[in-house]
Design a protein around this ligand. Structure first.
Ligand code: MN3
Length: 243
């Protein structure tokens, strides 16, 4: 399988990661690794799917390199550390061994959501941008009125995230519709069951070097690098889920 196809497949799997849990660890579904020791099931940082300067001038190469190599890597490391901590605590066998369960569980949610969202974020972008087509365009029109109305809704959600977080377009399988969510930090204010399709990172680390405090300018520029084909692939996979 050529590398591009493999990445597209992994991108599709990543779309399902939040609803199925242990998927896309090193690219293999968890079912194939049931017998592996915990260390072999550790999460790994996926490579950027394009050169760091691919999204210039909208997102600069230095920001991309730091964002991926330092920030995303830290979420992967934090997730693995938290899971190792839980494993060690369970091995003690006593409730007292789990005294730090709140911190550890919070670390799984924060770092795990950070890893999932960043993995999707890289795949959500490409040089050239464009406009949604097909089912994605039709459902955006159905659920938001027009593409322009959706863009305004999503952009405002992104700009208005309190502190650090994300704007997210997600498929909500209970009602079978698209929704715009905000995530504070990586994991708060989410909607369980929904499948993220497109996310805009509005942590300052995503834009401060080029845009300083002007988050709205970054969000406006970000639309130029949305990979709508990737979003459409995620939607097709998510729509196969039943509530
Ligand atoms: Mn980030």
């Amino acid at each position: 399988m050529i590398e591009t196809d493999r990445r597209q497949l992994l991108g599709g799997l990543a779309a399902l990661a939040t609803v199925t849990g242990w998927i896309g660890l090193n690219g293999d579904p968890a079912v194939a690794q049931d017998a592996a020791p915990a260390a072999a099931r550790a999460y790994a940082l996926p490579p950027l799917p394009y050169p760091a300067d691919a999204l210039e001038p909208h997102i600069d190469a230095q920001t991309m390199t730091l964002h991926h190599d330092k920030h995303h890597a830290a979420y992967v490391d934090g997730l693995n550390a938290a899971l190792a901590g839980l494993e060690q605590a369970r091995a003690g066998g006593q409730p007292s061994d789990l005294a730090k369960i709140r911190d550890l569980t919070d670390a799984v949610a924060f770092n795990g959501s950070g890893h999932a969202l960043h993995s999707m974020f890289w795949a959500n972008m490409k040089k050239g941008g464009g406009e949604p087509k097909g089912d994605l365009a039709r459902l955006i029109g159905r659920d938001f009125g027009t593409f322009a109305a959706f863009q305004t809704h999503f952009s405002t959600a992104a700009v208005k995230v309190q502190g650090a977080g994300w704007a997210i377009l997600a498929w909500e399988p209970l009602s079978g519709r698209l929704v715009v969510l905000q995530a504070e930090k990586q994991q708060n204010a989410t909607l369980f069951g929904s499948v993220p399709l497109l996310a805009c990172d509005v942590w300052e680390h995503a834009y401060y070097l080029k845009y300083q405090n002007k988050r709205a300018d970054y969000v406006k520029a970000w639309w130029n690098v949305v990979n709508w084909d990737n979003v459409a692939e995620r939607l097709a996979a998510a729509m196969k889920l039943t509530a």
